[in-house]
Design a protein around this ligand. Structure first.
Ligand SMILES: NC(=O)c1ccc[n+]([C@@H]2O[C@H](COP(=O)([O-])OP(=O)(O)OC[C@H]3O[C@@H](n4cnc5c(N)ncnc54)[C@H](OP(=O)(O)O)[C@@H]3O)[C@@H](O)[C@H]2O)c1
Length: 339
C-alpha cells in the first residue's frame, strides 16, 4: 500500500472552557510525518469517543499528561499497521492502542497490542465490550466493589456504556442491581431489557435521597460512581455499614469552569465505615486477557448485552463527543474513519 503524505486530524487548538467547540478542536490537513525507531504507523479504522478525553483536554493533573496544544486529540484507536520500525508488529497486523482522532497514528509500538479477531467479532468490539468499556465494569465492580450475593449494587450513568454492564454483572454475581439514568426510556431499557431490579430517573426525581432509599430498601452496599456531584451526595446518605464506593468517573464535573465542591455528606464514609477507592482500568492491563475471556463467555451465553453507537466520519467527531455530556449517546460511542 502506498504511504500517505497528508492526513486529516482533529487538533486541540486551545483548552475548552466548558463544552468543547469547533474553535477548540479544529479539523486540519497535515503531513503524516516519518517513523522513528520503535514506532509504527496505524491506519485507523475506528477510534473511541470517551468522556475522559474532556479531562485530557484540560490542564488538570491527571493519570495522563494534558494533550498538548497543537497535538491531535488523544484516544484509543483500532486499525491496521501500514509501516513499522519494530520487529514485533508488522504491516497488515490489526492493532489496538493509544492514538488519536486522526486518519493515521504514529506512535511507540509499546502503546499498541495485536488483535486476533475471533469468529463473530467485529473490529470495534475491541473499543467497546472487549476494550475499556467492558473491562472497566468487570474489574471495577469485581475487584474494587467486591459484590456479595444478596447485596445491593447502585450505579450511576446506568444506561451508558460502562454503567449498563455494571448492573448486568451485578446480577450475574447474585446482587440486586439498581440504576440511575437520565430518562424514563433509559430506565425502562435497563429494567425491562437488561434485568436491573429498579431504576431512578435523576432528571425527574426531586428528592434523590428519598428516591434512592425507595429503590434500595435494604440500603446500598456497593455504589459504582460514574458521575460524582449531587448523585454521589444523595447516595452517601443511603450507604450500609462497610459499603464500598467504586470511584470510576465524575462526568458531572468534566465541563465545569468553576471549582467543584467536595461531597457535602463525606462524613458518611466514616459513619458507615465505608471505603471509597479510585479505579483506573489501565492498572489492570496485565489481567486484560482473563477479563476479556470471561466477558466473551458471558456475551456468548447471552448474559451480557451491550450497545454501540457508530458515527461515520472524522469530521463528525466533536458533535458525537458532546452527546456524552447531554446524555444523548446510545451506548459506546465510536467513530468510523471514512475517507
Ligand atoms: N476509571 C476508568 O478507568 C474509566 C474507564 C472508562 C470510563 N470511565 C468513566 O465511566 C463513566 C461512563 O463512561 P462511558 O464511556 O460509559 O459513558 P456513557 O455512560 O456511555 O455516557 C456518559 C453518560 O453520562 C451521563 N451524564 C452526562 N452528564 C451527566 C451529569 N451531569 N450528571 C449525571 N449523568 C450525566 C449521561 O447519561 P444520562 O442520560 O443518564 O445522564 C451520558 O449518557 C465516565 O465518568 C467515564 O469517565 C472510567
Amino acid at each position: 500500500m502506498p504511504q500517505p503524505t497528508t492526513q486529516r486530524r482533529l487538533i486541540l487548538e486551545r483548552r475548552p472552557q466548558g463544552i468543547a467547540t469547533n474553535e477548540d478542536v479544529v479539523l486540519r490537513e497535515q503531513p503524516v510525518g516519518d517513523l522513528a525507531e520503535g514506532q509504527i504507523m496505524v491506519r485507523n479504522h475506528f477510534f473511541s469517543v470517551d468522556p475522559a478525553i474532556r479531562d485530557w483536554m484540560s490542564e488538570r493533573p491527571s493519570y495522563l499528561p494534558p494533550i498538548r496544544i497543537g497535538d491531535p486529540v488523544r484516544s484509543t484507536v483500532i486499525g491496521e499497521v501500514v509501516a513499522s520500525r519494530v520487529s514485533s508488529l508488522r504491516p497488515g497486523q490489526l492493532v489496538v492502542g493509544l492514538g488519536g482522532w486522526e486518519e493515521y497514528s504514529i506512535a511507540e509500538a509499546a502503546y499498541f497490542s495485536p488483535v486476533e479477531l475471533q469468529p463473530g467479532d467485529q473490529e470495534q468490539f475491541y473499543l467497546s465490550i472487549y476494550g475499556a468499556v467492558g473491562l472497566t465494569p468487570y474489574f471495577g465492580l469485581i475487584e474494587v466493589g467486591k459484590p456479595q450475593p444478596g447485596e445491593t449494587v447502585l450505579v450511576s450513568a446506568a444506561a451508558g456504556a460502562v454503567g449498563s454492564l455494571v448492573g448486568q454483572i451485578a446480577k450475574i454475581k447474585g446482587c440486586r442491581a439498581v440504576g440511575i439514568a437520565g430518562s424514563d426510556e433509559k430506565c425502562r431499557w435497563i429494567v425491562d431489557e437488561l434485568g436491573f431490579d429498579a431504576a431512578i430517573n435523576y432528571r425527574t426525581g426531586t428528592d434523590m435521597v428519598a428516591s434512592i432509599g425507595r429503590a434500595c430498601p435494604q440500603g446500598v452496599d456497593v455504589y459504582f460512581d460514574n458521575v460524582g456531584g449531587d448523585i454521589l451526595d444523595a447516595t452517601l446518605l443511603n450507604l450500609n455499614k462497610d459499603a464500598r464506593i467504586v470511584f470510576c468517573g465524575a462526568i458531572a464535573s468534566y465541563n465545569s469552569t468553576e471549582p467543584v465542591p467536595g461531597p457535602y455528606n463525606f462524613w458518611q464514609i466514616l459513619a458507615r465505615s465505608a471505603t471509597i477507592e479510585g479505579f483506573l482500568i489501565s492498572d489492570y492491563l496485565e489481567q486484560f486477557p482473563d477479563g476479556i475471556a470471561q466477558i466473551r463467555e458471558w456475551v456468548e451465553a447471552g448474559r451480557l448485552q451491550f450497545k454501540e453507537q457508530i458515527v461515520d466520519g472524522l469530521e463528525n467527531t466533536l458533535d458525537a463527543f458532546n452527546l456524552l455530556f447531554e446524555g444523548r449517546n446510545e451506548g459506546k460511542l465510536i467513530v468510523r474513519v471514512t475517507s
